[in-house]
Write a protein that binds this ligand. Structure first.
Ligand code: AQP
Length: 331
């Protein structure tokens, strides 16, 4: 059976980008067709300046939202990364296979390091090495497929490269994974700055739809989305990124093709109105289920405990095999 792994980082409140690019597919497709593991990757949230209490709160919230989005603990494994030691154990071995140059080429590293420096902060070493930890997250589970949004494909490529290199040097140990992305909305853009990805740790609140925004707030954000200088509605991500983003969001929410949808609109206002309603409709059941789950925090904790037990059992044999293959004495 195909093994699927993916994760979400508790660095902010989850966004429409996280949902359309990743979580929705995990719930609607992946958990039904594969042996799937989904993880709140809390160690990754420590790579930038962080407040411990906030990371704890956001980790709990992210786990609750994964369940609210439809992940079913009877069908898939939902857990928190730091509860399973194998991730950090394997990460060090992979650091001994990765190179400094490879790490410095990562686009997210360049962007986030520049952002930290612009804020006057220092860049943590873990920001540079976190793609190796992400490779460990993936490789520890013998993962075949990693369903992610567009922004994460470079990191999955790194996991592939490290798996191939390790296998070549030390004998076959890891499955070589591949990234899968949705056909539409693989990169939802910021509504106020359609040249940038909608990111949960960005500062620009009005351009980001959070999953837990009230419907009225969501409507306002979509209605105020920056559009382009033209008048006609065409799907052209290069020349008309604002309108293309709204068409992609609408297509992802309602099904359909963004270029075809463009033909049924004669004004930006009508497109925004329909996109706003489509987003509100898609998020409504997630918000409702989230509210129910918040009333029963013991249930979420139990799901995470059981998930960590299952994940540990799956990861340990592969990580132990990697320790032996690389030349370490068995304990
Ligand atoms: N804007 C997006 N469009 C489509 N997919 C997206 N994803 C994130 N943003 C978008 C996908 O959501 C999954 C979880 O993302 P992550 O938690 O690993 O963080 P990230 O990729 O770094 O995205 P964020 O939300 O922008 O976080 P910050 O601001 O902390 O960097 C991934 O599959 C991702 O591709």
């Amino acid at each position: 059976m195909t093994r699927v792994f993916s994760g979400i980082k508790p660095t902010g409140h989850l966004t429409l980008g996280n949902y359309l690019g990743a979580m929705r597919r995990w719930a609607e497709v992946d958990q039904h067709r594969a042996d799937a593991l989904f993880c709140v990757v809390d160690l990754h949230a420590l790579t930038v300046d962080h407040d411990p209490a906030r990371v704890r709160r956001l980790s709990r919230q992210a786990a609750t939202l994964l369940l609210a989005a439809g992940l079913d603990p009877e069908r898939c494994t939902v857990f928190v990364q730091s509860h399973v030691d194998e991730h950090a154990r394997l990460s060090y071995l992979l650091e001994c296979v990765a190179t400094d140059g490879e790490m410095r080429r990562m686009i997210q590293y360049k962007e986030k390091a520049a952002r930290e420096q612009a804020r006057g902060g220092s860049v943590r070493l873990s920001l540079l090495t976190y793609p190796v930890l992400m490779a460990a997250d993936i490789l520890a589970y013998g993962t075949d497929e990693v369903p992610v949004g567009d922004d994460q494909t470079q990191h999955v490529e790194l996991a592939r490269d490290l798996a191939v290199r390790f296998n070549h040097r030390y004998g076959h140990t890891f499955t070589v994974p591949k990234a899968t992305s949705p056909a539409v909305a693989a990169r939802v853009m910021n509504l106020q700055d359609p040249a940038s990805k909608m990111g949960k740790s960005d500062d620009s609140g009005p351009g980001i739809v959070y999953l837990l925004d009230e419907p009225e707030v969501t409507r306002k954000k979509v209605m105020r989305a920056v559009t382009d200088s033209g008048q006609d509605v065409v799907y052209d991500p290069q020349e008309r990124p604002g309108v293309a983003n709204l068409l992609e969001i609408l297509a992802a929410c309602e099904g359909g093709d963004p270029a075809e949808l463009a033909g049924s609109y004669h004004s930006y206002g009508a497109l925004k109105k329909d996109a706003a309603e489509a987003v509100v409709d898609v998020l409504r059941p997630v918000r409702e289920r989230h509210r129910e789950l918040c009333a029963d925090p013991g249930y979420v904790e139990e799901v995470l405990r059981a998930g960590a037990r299952r994940a540990r059992e799956r990861a340990r044999p592969t990580v132990d095999a990697a320790y032996r293959a690389i030349g370490l004495l068995p304990a």
